[in-house]
Design a protein around this ligand. Structure first.
Ligand code: FAD
Length: 387
């Protein structure tokens, strides 16, 4: 495993760094988190800038309009964008990481024409309608029902925890098309336009009072059959296809940001002459370094073998738990300042409180820590399956 940039990675890094140095300040300040129309404009505007500069969809193949970067170049991209303080993927997450890649592999020609360029340019925002009140970790028990009627599916059911649904244009929707088939075999993947009649979106307030999440209520919503991706009842396999695109880089950007957050906290400690948290901060920095080495190792492995490295679950588990401990430490650093939710004398109280509350969900979304431990036990350590 070579940890140094090759000549072409070095060229990619310096070109990107130069571009970011002017593009990031030109994009302006991040809007208030509760101002959703402006947030959408800010995130999709950044996506447009990336597109114009040739950096949109770094992990997408060039034939679908992406950058077609190698896995190691993708790591460079995450390092440099985090280093430059660039806007994160934000509301473009589902389109760029799930919806678009799935359509690129499984979609029809018309579906590719309808969606791919729009996602890369920041013109289409997507959300993910997978989870239901009784189907989270055990997603295959989903019940939202779709019945074929002529050229449409008629969908009735309920989805929950649908991030960004209130500002999305499309939703990747998993529905049950054959209730009599074995659980994994009766599921279909549909593209739901978010302005469809019969769809009601209700916000779910978080502990911070923000409405990032929603519940979807679908009452006989008609989805054209040509919005189906893959064959009817083959949706479980289609949903798994997306993972091929991530191949170990899924948490790379977040781990770079974690290391930066730790360094920011160390700076605050230095300014305050605070010594008590030094040992914890040192340990977290070492964990962040180890995580980065794990990501590089797993990327090099999948680069060589062409198959996703199995270490993804271990990285997810270790990253999210380190992230939570980092922001708990932030709360200890804030002390009584946390009682005042606004920034006080240059102390970034608001951001630190936000990061702390946000950290709570990281061990749930994208597969809970308990489920990751099961995967590590069974697939990495070869222990007997949990019944
Ligand atoms: C921030 C955030 C954003 C999200 N965004 C979306 C989104 O956009 N679209 C979407 O569809 N969903 C989204 N989700 C939902 C997410 O996918 C689910 O919360 C997750 O899959 C867990 O499901 P659940 O909440 O139903 O918990 P459950 O599956 O009911 O789990 C409850 C508890 O039981 C444990 N458990 C369950 N099964 C096992 C097992 N086999 N072994 C050991 N322990 C187990 C879990 O670890 C957990 O502690 C989001 C969630 C969060 C937190």
């Amino acid at each position: 495993m070579n940890l140094r940039d090759s000549a072409s990675e070095e060229r990619f890094r310096s070109g990107l760094r130069t571009w970011l140095a002017s593009a990031v300040p030109a994009h302006g300040e991040r809007p208030h988190s509760a101002d959703w129309p402006t947030r959408r404009e800010y995130d999709t505007g950044w996506q447009r800038r990336l597109h114009e500069a040739g950096y949109a969809g770094v992990s997408w193949p060039a034939e679908h309009g992406g950058r077609g970067a190698s896995l190691l170049e993708q790591l460079v991209y995450y390092e440099e964008t985090a280093r430059a303080g660039a806007p994160d993927i934000g509301v473009n997450f589902v389109g760029l990481m799930h919806g678009g890649p799935t359509i690129a592999v499984e979609g029809t020609h018309e579906q590719k024409e309808r969606h791919l360029a729009g996602i890369l340019r920041g013109d289409q925002v997507w959300c993910q309608g997978f989870s239901e009140p009784e189907a989270g970790s055990d997603l295959a028990s989903l019940r939202a029902r779709a019945v074929r009627d002529g050229d449409s599916y008629v969908v009735t059911g309920r989805k929950i925890w649908t991030t960004y649904a209130h500002i999305a244009d499309y939703c990747e929707l998993l529905v049950r098309t054959d209730p009599d088939a074995p659980r994994h075999a009766g599921i279909t993947w549909l593209v739901l336009p978010m302005d469809s009649p019969g769809l009601e979106i209700r916000p779910l307030d978080t502990i911070e009072g923000e409405s990032e999440f929603n519940e979807l209520f679908l009452d006989e919503v008609r989805v054209p059959v040509d919005h189906r991706v893959g064959a009817e009842n083959d949706g479980w396999r289609v949903a798994g296809v997306t993972l091929r695109f991530e191949r170990g880089t899924a948490y790379a950007g977040m781990i770079v940001e974690l290391a930066q957050g730790i360094r920011r906290m160390a700076r605050i400690c230095r300014d305050l002459g605070e010594r008590e948290l030094a040992r914890d901060l040192g340990r977290l920095q070492a964990e962040a370094d180890a995580l980065w080495a794990m990501v590089k190792l797993s990327v090099c492995e999948s680069d060589r073998s062409g198959v996703p490295a199995i270490a993804g679950s271990a990285i997810k588990l270790a990253y999210t738990e380190a992230y939570q401990r980092t922001h708990e430490l932030g709360l200890r650093l804030l002390g009584r300042r946390a009682l005042c939710r606004g920034d006080l004398r240059g102390f970034p109280t608001r951001a630190m409180l936000h990061d702390y509350f946000w950290s709570i969900q990281t061990t749930i979304s994208g597969g809970t820590s308990q489920v990751q431990r099961d995967i590590i036990a069974e697939r990495i350590l070869g222990l007997p399956r949990d019944r």
